[in-house]
Design a protein around this ligand. Structure first.
Ligand code: ADP
Ligand code: ADP
Ligand code: ZN
Length: 217
């Protein structure tokens, strides 16, 4: 199963991806996570990405496309993957199309988790991430039962540097200008499904799985 998860910042892509990983045991490929890891490790990629991320801007296509191509060529992607947060521009979508063609892979579905902008600022500013396992919580909408620590692994929760109100506003306008046009692109390819991301997490998940038309255990 080759799934592409789309949606504005805070729509719930990472949350849904974690549930898909658990059920379908396929790798979760998040360009945001890859960049954050590189920043943490202080690699050349991290140094390049950091200023764009902090400003709520997109990392340049040439850089982003390169890391995704490398990742998709790995053996664990052969049986499926969940792409989260890539592509975000038409150029990235076209590069992805070429890469998948060369690998002989057809996307199963492009699932867009749609949440109105008005709901996204509080989603993003209330987000807390586990330092150890990367799981996302929300101080109000999806709190950990262990307070400042992760429900799943006990790791410490932290707030992403770019999850401030000012940066989110930038990220939303970048989304409108650069990523929104991908909806028409994938509609034309007959791959597009939209899910109402304002529903509770489990309801959103039901919609996502339904759109994949797969047999479940
Ligand atoms: P969110 O989960 O809020 O949508 P991500 O974790 O996906 O955010 O991305 C965080 C930041 O990483 C983005 O604001 C951008 O700077 C960078 N980034 C992630 N994916 C891409 C991409 N496909 N193209 C360019 N930049 C990206
Ligand atoms: P994205 O990866 O699209 O940026 P996340 O999965 O990190 O989004 O979710 C953003 C925030 O919203 C997190 O704090 C998460 O716990 C919360 N969240 C995710 N899905 C829902 C939902 N359906 N309803 C309410 N809050 C949600
Ligand atoms: Zn954890």
């Amino acid at each position: 199963m080759y799934i592409l998860l789309m949606g504005p910042p805070g729509a719930g892509k990472g949350t849904q991806a974690a549930k898909l990983v658990e059920e379908f045991k396929i790798p979760h490929i998040s360009t945001g996570d890859m960049f954050r890891q590189a920043v943490k490790e202080g690699t050349p990629l991290g140094k390049q990405a950091k200023e764009f991320m902090d400003a709520g801007k997109l990392v340049p296509d040439s850089v982003t496309i390169g890391i995704v191509k490398e990742r998709l060529a790995k053996a664990d992607c052969k049986k499926g993957f969940i792409l989260d947060g890539f592509p975000r521009t038409l150029e990235q979508a076209e590069a992805l199309g070429k890469t998948l063609l060369a690998l002989g892979i057809n996307l199963t579905r492009v699932v867009n988790i749609n949440v109105p902008h008005g709901d996204l600022v509080s989603r993003v500013t209330g987000r807390r991430i586990c330092k150890s396992c990367g799981r996302a919580f929300h101080v109000e909408f999806n709190p950990s039962t262990k307070g400042e620590n992760c429900d799943a692994c006990g790791g410490q929760l932290y707030q992403r540097a770019d999850d401030s109100e000012a940066t989110v506003v930038n990220r939303l306008s970048v989304y409108d200008a650069q990523t929104q046009p991908l909806i028409a692109y994938y509609e034309q390819q007959g791959l597009y499904t939209e899910i109402d991301g304002r529903q509770p997490i489990d309801k959103v998940y039901e919609g996502v799985v339904k759109s994949l038309k797969v047999e479940r255990a």
